[in-house]
Structure formats: structure tokens, C-alpha cells
Design a protein around this ligand. Structure first.
Ligand code: 5GP
Length: 174
């Protein structure tokens, strides 16, 4: 990691400002509702922590963990759930919080999976969106930043389990 060349893509103040805007939008949309926020581990944990603390409405939280097996930085599309949620979703308003939408395969799978638990509503908030990389059509209901192709680390996102702790988002340079 010490040798990884990287450049700041979004700094702390850009991230904080965007998270605040997203939280305001979500708080307006879910006013008076019983919101359950489901974070996708591990990448979304920092974004989710900031987002829910900026909400002006109450929420409950849960986590799900999925792995998609493939070589290097490419998603294979073979999704495996390694930790399920522990909350009953029937009749609830559910918001999935994810770090990044790339091919769209993970979130498509997650939405299908969680829909089977009969929530009253199911929406997705993604911190980053690489919209040009989709293998399946997928649009998040709330998006932090739309970025070009490239591999990013920091703010919860890792490279071989490193760099999640960095408070900024960096683009990794080849
Ligand atoms: P998808 O299924 O949409 O292809 O990819 C979803 C997952 O791939 C994300 O949740 C994330 O864990 C990982 N991913 C995709 N692009 C990046 C990236 O640029 N950096 C990191 N650290 N992970 C990524």
C-alpha cells in the first residue's frame, strides 16, 4: 500500500457536503416513516455512519455482507451472501446503503433478495456510481458522486483490505 500511487478524487469537505445533501433528501422523503437502513459490508460502513448521523429522522440499522468472486478488481457476477440481516422487513421502508455501483450485479442481486422479504418500499443509496461500467441495468435512487472508470480506495473502500481508513476517496494510479 505504501507504494500504491494514488490521487485524491473527493476530499473531506466535498464528501461531507454531499453526504449532508443526501441526508437532507432522504430525511424529506422518509418523514414520518419507519426507516430501516441496511449497510452492505464492508465498503459502506463509513459512508453509512456519516449518512445516518446527518439524517434528521430516526432510523434503525442492519448489515448484510456479500462477496462477488472474480479475478482482481473485476466482479464475476457470482454473488454469495456471507452475512444476512437480522431484522424483519415485512411492511417496512428499507434503504440499502452501498459504497459503489460498478457492474450493477451486486445491487441487482441484493434488491431481488431483499424484495423477497416483503418490505413496504425498497430503495438504494450508493456513495459512488461508475455508470459507464454496467453489465446489467441498475440505477440507484440516491447517488453521492458519479465518476468515470478507475479504481478507488478510501472512505471505507479497500484494495486487498487496505486503505479503508483513509478519510478521502483516492483514485489508484497504475
Ligand atoms: P458491482 O457488483 O456493481 O460490479 O460491484 C460492486 C462492488 O465491487 C462494490 O460494492 C465494491 O465492493 C467493489 N468495487 C467496484 N468498484 C470498486 C472500486 O473502484 N474500488 C473498490 N475498492 N471497490 C470497488
Amino acid at each position: 500500500m505504501k507504494d500504491m500511487r494514488r490521487e485524491v478524487l473527493y476530499d473531506r469537505s466535498q464528501i461531507a457536503a454531499r453526504v449532508k445533501e443526501l441526508a437532507r433528501e432522504i430525511s424529506d422523503d422518509y418523514q414520518g416513516r419507519d426507516l430501516i437502513v441496511i449497510g452492505v459490508l464492508k465498503g459502506a460502513f463509513i459512508f453509512m455512519a456519516d449518512l445516518i448521523r446527518a439524517l434528521s429522522i430516526p432510523c434503525r440499522v442492519d448489515f448484510i455482507k456479500v462477496a462477488s468472486y472474480g479475478a482482481g478488481t473485476e466482479s464475476s457476477g457470482r454473488i454469495k451472501m456471507t452475512k444476512d440481516i437480522e431484522t424483519e422487513l415485512t411492511g417496512r421502508d428499507v434503504l440499502i446503503v452501498e459504497d459503489i455501483v460498478d457492474s450493477g450485479l451486486t445491487l441487482s442481486w441484493l434488491v431481488d433478495y431483499l424484495k423477497k422479504k416483503n418490505p413496504c418500499s425498497l430503495k438504494v443509496c450508493a456513495f459512488l456510481d461508475k455508470s459507464s461500467r454496467r453489465k446489467v441495468p441498475f440505477t440507484a435512487d440516491y447517488t453521492g458522486f458519479t465518476m468515470d472508470d478507475g479504481f478507488v480506495v478510501g472512505y471505507g473502500l479497500d484494495y486487498n483490505e487496505q486503505a479503508r481508513y483513509l478519510p478521502e476517496v483516492y483514485i489508484v494510479k497504475q
